[in-house]
Design a protein around this ligand. Structure first.
Ligand SMILES: [Zn+2]
Length: 407
């Protein structure tokens, strides 16, 4: 916007805006300007005229000669408008107006230099590169035209939107996070919810309440990083089963993603810190068939519909009966033809079973009324199979060359 609809004093002696160029050839006295208000009106017209001139050059798409012509018209040493004002207004100005005229003149000169330099810097001319007046606060002595106040503070020539931007490297979701998310989404679609528990766990929740008393041989596999004799870094996510059953009554359908810790020496398939997803469903009338159906559905959803599942009898202290679950080898299609399945056609994947009724006594569930199943899987193992990763250590080394492959 560039109008002067309300800022000019309406004195009849004022020349119209288009004649402002003639006005600079006469003295202030002849123009009838004898006070600050009169000066303000005059300079406002000059600012308006400057904007109009600059606008004509930029929107007209004119060349370097036009810009030079504009410069001479305003800033020329012999006949420029600024020069004429100095000659005809400033020199003969009455003493009480002299300082005011000087200030306004300097502001006008600065404004002209700036705007003309700005369009001279523009390599191409289009409607977006039209110079905009600076905000009034940067021209404290100039007459404020309303257009100047409302113009955007970005000066053309200082922002070149045609230059390529700075590309920022965006990280990728870590493969472990990604697998946990995929597992979680499948179980959420089955009506499960997500529970979490502490990494630093009491021996009671980690062992005793899961039917693993102090002298139980199963502790040998898992004895781990003790903080003190009653506190461990949890060896599995199973303690959250107990914590959840303590605080809610059946029906319970949860999965528990999280970290677990064991004193395994690091090699291609072992790390002292790893991730598990634990699952638990407790309700009336839950049978082993529900367990099989749930895990079969999950594994087909995760690895693909062609995958077959197999349940083998096993032992866990907190489930009875217990089973290991295998899937048909996803590398040789179950034809027993590859090294990864050791030419068996099956890949061992996770453990599961019906919740041992002994656990219900710890959480005050009625074992005659409720039954349920539990399962647990290693996230790293699923990720290694799904993405063909050969070494578990790669997940924890933070090597971006590895991580970027999961874009
Ligand atoms: Zn195979």
């Amino acid at each position: 916007m560039a109008t002067t609809h309300h800022c000019l004093p309406m004195e009849t002696s004022d020349p119209p805006t288009s004649d402002i160029a003639n006005a600079v050839e006469q003295s202030l006295d002849k123009l009838g300007v004898r006070d600050a208000a009169g000066l303000e009106g005059l300079f406002a017209r000059l600012e308006q005229r400057l904007r109009d001139d600059v606008g004509q050059v930029t929107t007209g798409g004119r060349g370097p000669e036009d810009i030079e012509q504009l410069r001479v018209r305003w800033l020329g040493r012999k006949q420029g408008l600024v020069r004429s004002i100095t000659e005809n207004w400033l020199r003969s100005a009455p003493a009480e107006l002299k300082a005011d005229v000087g200030k306004r003149l300097n502001a006008l000169r600065g404004s002209a230099e700036e705007q003309i330099a700005s369009i001279a810097r523009q390599p191409t001319v289009d409607k977006w590169s039209q110079p905009l007046s600076e905000p009034v606060r940067q021209r404290p002595y100039s007459a404020a035209a309303p257009g100047a106040v409302e113009a955007a503070p970005v000066l053309a020539g200082e922002l070149d939107i045609t230059l390529p931007g700075t590309r920022r490297t965006i990280g990728v979701e870590h493969p472990i996070r990604r697998v946990i998310r995929e597992i979680t989404e499948i179980f959420l679609s089955l009506g499960y919810s997500v529970e979490e528990g502490p990494d630093i766990e009491s021996a009671y929740y980690n062992f005793e309440a899961l039917n693993i008393p102090e002298d139980h041989p199963a502790r040998d596999d898992q004895d781990t990083f003790y903080v003190d004799p009653q506190t461990v870094l949890r060896t599995h996510t199973s303690p959250v089963q107990i914590r959840t059953m303590e605080k809610m009554q059946p029906p319970v359908r949860i999965i528990v993603p999280g970290r677990a810790f064991r004193h395994d020496a690091p090699d291609a398939t072992h790390a002292s810190m790893f991730h598990q997803v634990e699952g638990l469903a407790v309700d009336t009338h839950i049978t082993f068939a529900d367990l099989k159906g749930t895990l079969d559905y999950f594994l087909k959803a995760f690895f693909g519909p062609e995958v077959r599942t197999r349940f083998r009898p096993s032992f866990f202290p907190f489930t009875e009966p217990s089973a290991e679950v295998d899937i048909s080898c996803i590398f040789c299609g179950g034809t027993a033809g590859c090294r990864i399945c050791k030419y068996s056609g099956w890949i061992e994947l996770l453990g599961c079973g019906m919740v041992d009724p002994a656990l219900y006594s710890y959480v005050h569930y009625d074992p005659a009324r409720y039954s349920g199943f539990a399962f647990g899987m290693g996230v790293e193992r699923l990720a290694m199979l799904k993405y063909g990763v050969q070494d578990i250590q790669l997940f924890f080394q933070g090597d971006v060359r590895f991580l970027h492959q999961f874009r």
